[in-house]
Design a protein around this ligand. Structure first.
Ligand SMILES: [Ca+2]
Length: 159
């Protein structure tokens, strides 16, 4: 191969390599790639309604786990971020709620039941008026129903 051709070949190789690296981490500004998702963890505590609005404004949705593996991956990530999960105040909002119909918990952005049953034992206990679901690290990120006006951290998932 003559030098000019090999240079072009090398350039093409670098470009395709850059493109494949880009595909793996192609997340909107402020979001981080985690598995096949783009996530944004906000430590700013908000009511469920405000957290949901904030995610939607970022063209994202509140968190929902698709599988046990998905939940485990998030748990590892959040622990690595140094998030403290010793108290329920440090739970994170999910997209799941039964605001529309009491007792029928659905994923806000799909209208469907949660894809993976991740309730903590004894939850939902519906203590008071608990229509919104958070994931609670002290219980392995299992789901708890909370009052929606409770201020919690949250995770947005890019769409
Ligand atoms: Ca509860």
């Amino acid at each position: 191969m003559n030098p000019a051709l090999s240079l072009i070949f090398l350039f093409g190789l670098v470009l395709s390599f850059a493109a494949s690296a880009q595909a793996l981490t192609d997340c909107p500004h402020g979001f981080t790639a985690l598995g096949d998702k783009c996530i944004l963890v906000s430590r700013e505590k908000k009511s469920w309604y405000d957290a949901n609005r904030r995610c939607r404004a970022l063209k994202a949705n509140l968190l929902v786990f698709d599988s046990l593996m998905d939940a485990d991956q998030m748990k590892t990530y959040l622990k690595r971020q140094g998030l403290e999960f010793d108290r329920y105040e440090n739970a994170l909002w999910t997209a799941i709620n039964d605001i529309g119909r009491n007792g029928e918990f659905i994923v806000e952005h799909t209208g469907n039941p949660m894809p993976f049953d991740n309730w903590e034992i004894g939850q939902p206990d519906r203590a008071g008026n608990q229509d919104c679901v958070a994931t609670y690290g002290a219980n392995e990120l299992r789901y708890h129903d909370f009052q929606c006006d409770f201020k919690l951290m949250y995770v947005c998932i890019g769409v």
